[in-house]
Write a protein that binds this ligand. Structure first.
Ligand code: IPE
Ligand code: IPE
Ligand code: MG
Ligand code: MG
Length: 290
């Protein structure tokens, strides 16, 4: 069961994003065929745990700032995350038809529409990000952009697909790198971004970055374990060993051991930051079934 604060934060970011879309893009809601494009874009955002948007709010709370201020940032992360999922599910990448307990965008609409919906969500994310009121805005934009391209999410999405095509070159080290970098983007941004916004000290930033490091590793490892061992009913997406065959063959035991190690290190860091919600997120990651 999710605690009340989590569902409240989740609601905050959802309300914010959908209200923002309606407010800024309502004019498309009545124009055919852009109406369909607008609906498809919203469809790509629906559901989800909103983990990155929640994390951003927890960060703000630690620094004691007004939650209203963080919502453009939290919402931007969720839009960018949604873009990555819309593209990830396409036939050219993972070819999945189920996501968040419903048809993936390309399966519900079409391939070309999913491509453009993904582009829309990414750019809407950056538009929202630009509304963050902070003198550190250029640094935040750079942080998010850098963590998406070559050495972040996109680069490692590329590696993930490449190794699916050429599995003979896959080894444990590469798999660990894929784990650590693919999900790096938005989780790091969520945890370090808000600290940057309010000008945290270098020491604080370092500590938070380590928390973020272990968080993203645990997140991606547990995601791949769920891809192999979870059920469709629990995860709302397609699962099975053929989906993450290399985890299944190379690494399932090792993955579970690594998850425990990562969590141990992560708990050490959480002791030093001391915040109940950050600790709860660690337990959530360990127990998560979706
Ligand atoms: C799933 O992310 C894909 C990865 C980046 C590993 P989430 O588990 O956060 O997906 P939603 O947003 O809750 O659907
Ligand atoms: C999701 O990765 C997309 C990104 C991390 C950018 P996966 O392909 O590993 O995750 P699921 O299983 O589809 O959610
Ligand atoms: Mg993938
Ligand atoms: Mg996938």
């Amino acid at each position: 069961m999710l605690p009340r604060w989590y569902t409240d934060y989740k609601q905050n970011v959802e309300n914010f994003v959908f209200d923002w879309l309606e407010r800024n893009y309502w004019k498309y809601a009545n124009e055919i065929p852009l109406k369909r494009f607008f609906e498809a874009t919203k469809y790509g955002l629906e559901w989800g745990k909103r983990f990155r948007g929640v994390l951003a709010q927890v960060g703000y709370e630690i620094f004691g700032w007004d939650l209203e201020e963080v919502l453009p940032f939290a919402g931007a992360l969720e839009m960018i995350h949604a873009f990555s999922l819309v593209h990830d599910d396409m036939p050219e990448l993972d070819n999945d038809t189920l996501r968040r307990w419903k048809l993936t965008v390309w399966a519900a609409y079409s391939d070309w529409e999913a491509l453009l919906v993904g582009d829309n969500l990414m750019m809407l994310g950056f538009e929202l990000l630009s509304e963050t009121k902070s003198k550190f805005l250029p640094r935040i934009l750079k942080l998010v952009a850098n963590s998406i391209w070559m050495d972040g999410m996109n680069g490692w999405q590329y590696m993930d697909v490449w190794y699916e095509l050429y599995p003979q070159n896959m080894d444990l080290k590469t798999l660990q790198q894929i784990h650590s970098k693919k999900t790096w983007a938005l989780i790091t941004a969520a945890i370090v971004g808000w600290a940057l916004i309010w000008g945290a000290s270098e020491d604080e930033l370092k500590l938070l970055a380590s928390y973020g490091n272990y968080l993203w590793m645990a997140f991606q490892i547990s995601d791949d374990i769920l891809d192999v061992e979870g059920s469709v009913a629990q995860t709302g997406k397609s699962v099975g060993w053929e989906k993450k065959w290399y985890v299944y063959f190379l690494w399932l035991d090792q993955a579970k051991k690594s998850l425990e190690e990562v969590v141990k290190k992560w708990l050490d860091i959480a002791e030093r930051i001391w915040n109940d919600k950050l600790r709860w997120l660690i337990e959530f990651m360990l127990d998560r079934k979706s």
